[in-house]
Design a protein around this ligand. Sequence first.
Ligand SMILES: NC(=O)c1ccc[n+]([C@@H]2O[C@H](COP(=O)([O-])OP(=O)(O)OC[C@H]3O[C@@H](n4cnc5c(N)ncnc54)[C@H](O)[C@@H]3O)[C@@H](O)[C@H]2O)c1
Length: 420
Amino acid sequence: MAKPLLAHAGGSDQLKIGFIGCGGRGTGAALQALKADPGNVLWSMGDIFAERVNSSQQSLEHELAGMDEDDGTGTAWRDKMQVSEERKFVGFDSYKAVIDSGVDAVLLTTWPQFRPVQIAAAVAAGKHVFAEKPVAVDAPGIRAVLAASEQAKAKNLAMQIGFCWRYHNAMRAGFDHVLNGSIGEVTTVHTTYNTGTLPVRPRKDGWSDMEFQLRNWWHFNWLSGDHIVEQAIHSVDRMAWAMGDELPTKVTCHGGRAARFGPERGDVYDHFAAVYEYASGKRAFHTSRQIDGTPSDNSDYVYGTNGSAYINGWTPNNIETKNLAGERTWHFEGRAKDMYQNEHDELWASVRSGDRLNDGQRGCYSTLMAIMGRMAAYTGQVITWEQAMNSKQKLGPDNYAMDAPAPEVEVAIPGRTKFF
Ligand SMILES: NC(=O)c1ccc[n+]([C@@H]2O[C@H](COP(=O)([O-])OP(=O)(O)OC[C@H]3O[C@@H](n4cnc5c(N)ncnc54)[C@H](O)[C@@H]3O)[C@@H](O)[C@H]2O)c1
């Protein structure tokens, strides 16, 4: 039997959240947002596909009902689901209906292609924003999100981008330790994101070419931005973090498709090796791979004038520093907490306090670093920060419809594919 909401959850203290992109990450984010503040309720949901709205809703209801039974705090968790049938929206335009449904804030957890338009619309309508990484797949998208981030600041709206490791307590301790000089001055970093390949969802009867691409979004550059932008971006972001968030001046990147074949696997590469250069003359390195049967690694190797740091991206309390003799000088000893929950705890606390968190610009810069790596790999050229930021290349169609022709897909060839 559900208990009443905490006093603070009713009336004017209630914060209504709309949720667009009801997949795996979004469903997790919705739960974290509800857990973060007693007054937060889920008010409306939207997705391209009806079945995703329904399965996400069921999963959230199930989870919250379980929490009612386990929780002795008096919180009526299931009452936090206030998504009535008329506030469930389906289609490419569902974000507009969710934004207009009377919400205070939105969670934007769709595929990367759609993020800039949805962020801009939410901020224009005066909503607080949680948006997953990456913020865009191309430079026009980055420029749109940078503008929206400035607009959010002017309106005192919160904007948080899902670079969740920045909200991880052990990572923060490790990076603080390094950036406070424990290994001297950081001279270079190598981050890796080496993992297996991604599956193909076989075509079903009735799927248009467009629907096939959408359902297999991670294989298509226009939807995902390729895996350096969609997945390995966490490691590019941590490279930026280790370099003190200094912006690189240019990048050279090798990449290709060594073990990913066939049109059903779209146009994305399966490996990248990027060298970022800085005004100071420093260089930083990122390598990523999605190839089965090869060793995995998701680590940050940071080198300084007095020692080095090792940061494990999959076991993030495995963080240590060493001196130049290779002796351990420090390691993280605390307990690693759930970064996704911490991310939302900080976001919603900032919304409540009025001192609104906004990491939109940093999210744009880390995303552009990954995009410029992809641009350099695809074209085989050295790409400067200015070139990347001012690129006119817009990925994806101007209008979206399930029966519209799917974008043509061509695997980039370094030395032949043009930058623009
Ligand atoms: N921070 C992290 O650790 C982390 C982890 C996983 C995924 N992600 C990011 O979250 C995003 C979603 O990933 P996912 O794994 O949940 O994917 P997913 O396919 O499980 O979910 C995405 C959902 O969004 C819906 N959608 C896509 N475009 C839409 C649009 N224009 N309008 C409405 N609905 C739309 C899809 O139908 C799907 O239900 C990606 O950007 C991914 O990079 C981040």
